[in-house]
Design a protein around this ligand. Structure first.
Ligand code: TYD
Ligand code: MG
Length: 478
């Protein structure tokens, strides 16, 4: 309706109230409640329905859909072409992470820290999809940026030696405008860089705010489903590790990929954490070069070359496998045992009580004479170890330093330690071991009790060594 009822709407989360509040009751935002007159500035409730097609992708439209007979659903779709293959080394790696290629009409979110290489990745994906080597020849792909000008993207493409004829660039932040332009080209794919910069006219809140991010994503989802054009969305990740704004975004889209990398390394990992059309255990490995991202087809080589240069001080270093949400990560635990010196214990990134317990078990159950040692523990790169799954790596790092025996390169440890020195299994063993294998590690030490459940996994060249207790682990590894 077009009443002039006044409402206050939170510009961050979209919460509305008939009354002004200094603090938003939903998200606790301060001074975020803004005044709106319903039906005027907030047309989501009083939309003029026009004949413009783009309108049907905008929010809150009643779509006159009818139930469809199952036998009619797949008519017209050639099942063999359901997935768009992606060719070449780079394309194959991306295609694998996507679960076997690109599904028509899917909405893919690519998240990652600023600067990790999301724009670079998507520009390369745009190029190979546009070239369409095994997709029936070239077809238009539109790369829309709300962050960079067309010239900036063009310069980057030049440096990466991308000269695809069918690649279109467009700088815009207005979803309605973007979708209007998109439907004038018969697109094979649409890329939006990034979801935090686009906005939908008539939706309250600024670009990047929860309601904008959510409404824009939903509009893009409707666009993808209606046109069968795959849409890629780039999303920046906040410090807390979530894709900025809402977790809700992950629920709307079909596929969620995360791009990860470390500042001092040129390697980038692309991981699928959600996929409505395929497995989420996929992990792609790339290297950032002068001319963009290159697929690393043999990750074990990358792993070795990185570690061997540091091999002089590997004593006291062990690799643990921890989970963050549904993702498995490899982290390095450092230990330093100093005989004779004042018997101090310093831990950083490991819970002090847990460390004390592991040290005591090593003394009592594995016979290590650690009593006269100062022991320092550190988790590399500032992560904190909150899982017992890291116990075994902590113990291995301490043994390695105490025995002055560097662990062989390419070995990872998974397991919880009990007071009797026994090694216990931990949750998500399959996810953890999969990651270890995908990254090309040579050996993975796991609890004996987890051994049988590993039979079904495809572990490539990674050797699994199952141990009952600490003594057994020390005998095998050292
Ligand atoms: P970018 O894709 O802009 O990151 P994001 O979109 O995730 O913020 O990439 C950022 C970094 O990548 C930048 O520091 C430069 C580097 N880079 C290369 O090393 N080689 C290249 O070919 C390109 C295009 C970028
Ligand atoms: Mg970018």
């Amino acid at each position: 309706g077009k009443s002039s009822k006044t409402v206050w709407v939170c510009s961050d989360c979209g919460y509305d109230d008939g009354q002004w509040w200094g603090i938003c009751k939903q998200c606790n935002g301060v001074n975020t409640m803004k005044r709106f007159s319903e039906g005027i500035e907030r047309p989501t409730s009083g939309f003029e329905v026009t004949e413009n097609v783009t309108r049907s992708w905008l929010p809150h439209q009643s779509v006159k859909a009818m139930p469809t007979k199952l036998t009619d659903v797949n008519k017209g779709i050639n099942q063999l072409n359901w997935r768009i293959p992606m060719s070449g080394l780079f394309g194959a790696e991306v295609g694998r992470v996507l679960g076997g290629g690109l599904v028509p009409g899917c909405l893919v979110l690519v998240g990652g820290d600023p600067g990790v290489g999301k724009s670079t990745l998507l520009l390369q994906i745009a190029a190979i999809v546009a070239e369409g080597c095994d997709m029936g020849g070239p077809a238009p792909v539109l790369y829309v940026s709300g962050e960079e000008s067309v010239e900036q993207i063009g310069n980057r493409a030049d440096r990466m030696r991308i000269g695809t004829d069918e690649l279109f660039l467009y700088a815009s932040t207005d979803i309605e405008d973007i979708l209007e332009k998109a439907q004038t080209l018969s697109l094979r794919a649409l890329i939006i860089d990034s979801i935090q910069t686009v906005y939908l006219r008539g939706v309250t809140g600024s670009a990047g705010g929860l309601s904008q991010v959510k409404e824009c994503t939903e509009a893009l989802l409707r666009f993808a489903k209606k046109t069968n054009i795959p849409v890629f969305l780039i999303g920046h990740v906040t410090k807390s590790g979530e894709i900025a704004g809402p977790r809700v975004l992950e629920h709307i889209v079909d596929v969620v990929l995360y791009m990860e990398g470390e500042k001092y390394s040129s390697h980038r990992l692309l991981r699928s954490v959600k996929n409505r059309f395929g497995s989420t255990d996929e992990l792609g490995v790339f290297e950032m070069s002068q001319s963009g991202l290159q697929a690393v087809s043999n990750p074990s080589e990358m792993f070795l070359s990185e570690q061997q240069s540091d091999s002089e001080f590997l004593a006291g270093l062990a690799v643990a496998v921890i989970m963050d949400g549904s993702r498995a990560f490899l982290i390095e635990i450092q230990a330093l045992c100093v005989a004779g010196s004042s018997v101090s214990r310093q831990v950083n990134g490991v819970q002090a009580g847990r460390a004390e317990m592991i040290i005591s078990v090593l003394i009592k159950q594995a016979g290590l004479k650690l009593q006269e040692n100062g022991i320092f523990l550190n988790v590399v790169s500032g992560v904190s170890l909150s899982e017992t799954a890291g116990d075994l790596a902590v113990a291995a790092a301490i043994c390695s330093s105490f025995l002055e025996f560097p662990l062989p390169v390419g070995i990872a440890f998974i397991g919880e330690i009990g007071l009797g020195g026994e090694i216990r299994t931990v949750p998500r063993m399959d996810k953890r071991i999969n990651t270890v294998a995908k990254l090309g590690y040579k050996k993975c030490i796991i609890p004996k009790s987890a051994e049988t459940s590993m039979a079904a996994l495809d572990l490539g060249d990674t050797e699994i060594v199952a141990c009952r207790n600490l003594k057994e682990m020390i005998n095998i590894v050292f």
